[in-house]
Design a protein. Structure first.
Ligand code: AMP
Length: 536
């Protein structure tokens, strides 16, 4: 017997119409260099329909790639909807990528137009002749003072919008592409992930849900995680869909500016990577605010950071896990009722886990290179694999060797994890960051967490360095907080009770800064290169 319900396509224009019809009075704020710009979803919706008209005027093909090179802003939100709602494919370019990678990505995706914030125009313009399919560069004046080139390809966003007619939105096929995003590519060429309308719709519902970010009309949401990295974790769709007000940091990404925005705009929900919250903490500590949740992921949230927020800001951090290939959010670490009566330290340890998968996403761990499942005993570690309607099946025109799926249809994450009996994920490492000592694996993430719980430590990254007897041994690279002191022995004494004896790093190097990737994660590749000849 078949179900007898309507088969309505799950598309981004359905989200758009819901926001337009029901949440028009809700405000959107963007913090630009020249001052805050305020609008509403009603105005945004009108402008988004006209932007659809602009894409027609520019002659962007039916499923043409519409690239953005921009900070989080209301204009960027117009593009987030106008491109997919007219059947085009939004392609967010990461403003922090290296020039060669940007060229590669724009050409690989065959971008036809790039919408660029004036503040970052100087990063894009020198590359424009290398982007062979780009025909137009549309400048969004966000208060930057970069000179605008006198070139026929360069157009002004507001001028185009003022002259355009609004269009109707209707996307018939929920499996058509809505947007794409390239992974930061720590190895090989960046790889393109293509999101469908259906996956976007379902991910949006997943992110709104109470066990996830729990967004509603009562919220003021501020995505600090960039809209140019992994869809701002879906908040750019989820907040409008839930009728939450939106606050965008624009180009004003300095920790002080972010803390002030949280306080002044009465932000209730925000999200960003651990390095952001590390920087914001001293500017937010002790101030009155309206926050009910701080989402954090992209790399492991140190227990010490979450606890520092609990103590100094009044709420711990909500841990989430995911990757570009999972839209990106796939699990979150809300505490179940089993922890209601637990002591604070147990609760904090639990919060440092990556949590349980969202409804719709399933997880398993397998023996490396096989599809043999490992037990959920929180001891066995293996490759984490996931499946669900917002997990990617394959990359866009991948290079050889970049297969994503297993023979039985699960997505390989490249993360090494343990699962507890309730399937709560504990990421031990990236496969390539594990340290192999005497044939046994050491988790660099666990060591980093232990080191970062030392009060004088600002950041710590642990990498494997070659060792004549053990193959590899851990080297701890430590950044001290300004004005603090601590020696190698003090660090090692601090972590000795926290980790297995044979895990203790063989040496501690004090460095000025942990190198970061374009999306703010520790770049262990750079550290491994720097310390490749390290003598233990
Ligand atoms: P990206 O595609 O740039 O978002 O990177 C995804 C990768 O970031 C994952 O495969 C993990 O290795 C890492 N990651 C994301 N969230 C977490 C987390 N909460 N804890 C540990 N690693 C994480």
């Amino acid at each position: 017997m078949r179900g007898l319900m309507q088969d309505v396509p799950l598309t981004v224009d359905t989200i758009f119409r819901h926001v337009e019809q029901h949440h028009g009075d809700v405000p959107i704020v963007t913090n630009n260099p020249g001052g805050k710009v305020r609008t509403t979803y009603a105005e945004w919706a009108q402008r988004t329909r006209r932007l659809g008209g602009v894409l027609d005027t520019l002659g962007i093909s039916a499923d043409g790639r519409v690239a953005t090179f921009a900070w989080n802003s209301a204009r960027h939100l117009e593009l987030y909807f106008a491109a997919p709602c007219t059947g085009r494919v939004l392609h967010t370019l990461n403003v922090r990528l290296f020039p060669e990678q940007l060229t590669y990505i724009a050409n690989h995706a065959e971008d036809e137009v790039v919408f660029v914030d004036r503040t970052v125009l100087p990063l894009l313009w020198p590359l424009i002749d290398t982007m062979t399919t780009v025909r137009h560069v549309v400048v969004m004046d966000d208060g930057g003072d970069a000179e605008i080139p006198d070139d026929p390809r360069v157009l002004d966003y507001e001028t185009l919008l003022a002259a355009a007619e609004p269009v109707e939105f209707s996307v018939p096929d929920e499996n058509s592409a809505a947007s794409m995003c390239y992974t930061s590519g720590t190895t090989g060429n960046p790889k393109g992930v293509v999101y469908s309308h259906r996956s976007t719709f379902l991910h949006t519902l997943g992110v709104i849900a109470p066990n996830a970010f729990g967004l509603s009309v009562r919220d003021v949401a501020m995505p600090v995680v960039p809209m140019f990295h992994a869809n701002a974790w879906g908040i750019a769709q989820a907040a409008p869909a839930a009728g939450s007000a939106l606050v965008f940091p624009g180009a004003m990404m300095q920790p002080q500016a972010i803390a002030d925005l949280i306080v002044d705009e009465k932000v209730t929900f925000t999200a960003g990577v651990p390095t952001i919250w590390q920087g914001v903490l001293p500017h937010l500590a002790g101030r009155e605010h309206s926050l009910r949740e701080i989402g954090c992921g992209g790399s492991a949230v140190p227990k010490a950071l979450s606890e520092a927020y609990r103590e100094q800001v009044g709420l711990p951090i909500l841990h989430a896990w995911g990757m570009t290939e999972t839209h990106p959010v796939a699990s979150s670490g809300v505490l179940s009722r089993a922890f209601d009566d637990a002591d604070e330290d147990t609760r904090a340890t639990q919060r440092a886990r990556q949590g349980i998968p969202f409804i719709g996403v399933e997880a398993r761990i397998v023996e490396a290179g096989t599809i043999d499942e490992l037990p959920w005993d929180d001891v066995a570690t293996g490759e984490l694999q996931v499946r669900g309607p917002w997990c990617a099946q394959e990359y866009y025109n991948p290079d050889a060797g970049a297969e994503l799926s297993t023979s039985d249809g699960w997505m390989k994450t490249g993360d090494v994890a343990a699962l507890d009996p309730f399937g709560n994920i504990r990421i031990a490492d990236r496969t390539k960051d594990l340290i192999k000592s005497g044939g046994e694996w050491i988790s660099s993430v666990d060591l980093e967490n232990a080191i970062m719980s030392h009060p004088a430590v600002a950041e710590a990254a642990v990498v494997g360095v070659p060792h004549p007897k053990w193959d590899e041994r851990p080297l701890a690279c430590v950044v001290l907080k300004s004005g603090e002191t601590a020696g190698e022995q003090e660090i090692l004494d601090h972590i000795a009770p926290l980790v297995a004896k044979w895990w203790l790093p063989d040496a501690v190097e004090f460095i000025d800064e942990v190198p970061k990737t374009s999306v703010g994660k520790f770049s262990k590749k750079d550290l491994r290169t720097r310390f490749a000849d390290y003598e233990l």
